[in-house]
Write a protein that binds this ligand. Structure first.
Ligand code: PLP
Length: 407
């Protein structure tokens, strides 16, 4: 009888799985389901990127490449970091992997020893704590409230650092909140880090290109170049170029760390797909102006969703400055009674109710480490978003809230 390895006992399957399984079951049963749980752009990969991949395949670029990527790709990554972030990396300070996720995973597995602490501000992207646990590290979750804009403050960071701290994880713009650190907020954090020389920073910049209005993206090394030897700057083409299925992530960081990550990758997946690498070279070097249209479309959707969610009695919704998610607060609905008399006790109960009652699939805040909230992805069509927000409003209106209950 098969028994999974002990290391898997520390981690849980993706918490978003139960809601998507339920959504698929309802869809299969013929229900009209609107999905607001997707973590990927609904746009197509730009044609010039697909053309480069096709040309590479036809030209025979179908063999193994160096583990961390071709020289052309590494050069394109170096150019990107210089152009967009004013960071100068050398060839041995960049590498590519199979998705941003593998880059982060490599980073943890190549550096974390048993008991090393990893500071993870919550709400967090679901994989950070589990990757830490797989590497036998200890996640140190620091809750960042809605009042704090879901961002870690210098004081909270200072208080969380111990002699065992290995990494601080930063993700700006954030999945699931869309919160984006300003330059001065980032500087306050890097000032703390300058005082704690044993702490490294994993900066997950995957949503860099998706910032709205006057929001300016920044990354730790750009704000404090003195930290360059202690920061792994992670990025990828998944969200910027709508290339989630192509699987290409990349990073810049200190050469010894990248050497260790490359060694690990050489014994796991080897190089990312050669054809995807050619596509990524085109994506990173090519004209980025298509992003203006995408940003305009996301901004319009964001404004619409935020307005509609805020109009629901008792619901809170901060204005996200980046990515394509809203993180709506539902404290007012905890303890609310459904038609059948059942009570909503958690944000998971709330999203299950939305799905069952109105066919809207969203993700509960508990999955991201801060309750009671739910995450809405607005990377879908305006029509779906309008319909979904109306259904959410309808579901909420049917609930008997404790504050409104006559006693
Ligand atoms: N980091 C964050 C914050 C994400 O939201 C995601 C994907 O959803 C990733 C990393 C992984 O991206 P990729 O598809 O490139 O592996």
């Amino acid at each position: 009888m098969f028994k999974a390895a002990d290391r898997l006992s520390a981690i849980k399957p993706s918490p978003t799985l139960s809601i998507s399984t339920k959504a698929s079951e309802l869809k299969a049963a013929g229900r009209d389901i609107l999905t607001l749980s997707a973590g990927e752009p609904d746009f197509n990969t730009p044609d010039f990127v697909c053309d480069a991949a096709y040309a590479a395949a036809k030209a025979g670029e179908t063999k193994y490449t160096p583990v961390g990527g071709t020289n052309e790709l590494k050069q394109a990554i170096i150019n990107k970091f210089k152009r967009d972030n004013d960071i100068e990396y050398a060839m041995d300070e960049v590498m590519a992997g199979t998705g941003g996720k593998q880059i982060l995973y490599n980073g943890f597995m190549a550096s974390v020893n048993k008991g090393d602490e990893v500071i993870i501000p919550a709400p967090y992207w679901v994989s950070y704590p589990d990757m830490t646990l797989l590497a036998e590290g200890t996640p140190v979750i620091v809750e960042c409230s809605e009042a704090e804009g879901f961002k870690i403050t210098a004081e909270k960071l200072e208080a969380a650092i111990t002699p065992k701290t290995k990494w601080l994880i930063l993700n700006s713009p954030s999945n699931p909140t869309g919160a984006t650190y300003t330059k001065s907020e980032m500087k306050a954090l890097t000032d703390v880090l300058l005082r704690h020389k044993h702490v490294m920073v994993m900066s997950d910049d995957i949503y860099e290109q998706l910032v709205y209005e006057d929001t300016e993206f920044c990354t730790p090394v750009q704000v404090e170049p003195k930290l360059k030897e202690r920061v792994l700057t992670c990025n990828g083409v998944s969200k910027s170029h709508a290339m989630t299925g192509w699987r290409l992530g990349y990073c810049g960081g200190p050469a010894p760390l990248l050497k260790a990550m490359t060694k690990l990758q050489s014994q796991s997946t080897s190089n990312p797909s050669s054809i995807t690498q050619a596509a990524a070279v085109a994506a990173l070097n090519g004209d980025q102006s298509f992003l203006n249209d995408w940003r305009a479309a996301y901004l319009k959707r964001r404004n619409m969703v935020v307005e509609k969610l805020r109009a629901i009695d008792g619901m809170t919704c901060l204005n996200p400055t980046g990515a394509f998610y809203c993180y709506a607060g539902i404290e007012a609905y905890m303890g609310a009674k459904m038609d059948n008399g059942d009570v909503i006790k958690t944000d998971e109960d709330f999203v299950k109710y939305l799905l069952e009652d109105q066919g809207v699939a969203a993700v509960h805040g508990e999955a991201f480490g801060l309750s009671p909230f739910f995450r809405v992805s607005y990377a879908t069509s305006d029509d779906i978003l309008i319909d979904a927000c109306e259904r959410i409003a309808k579901a909420c209106a049917k609930l008997e809230r404790p504050a409104l209950r006559v006693t």
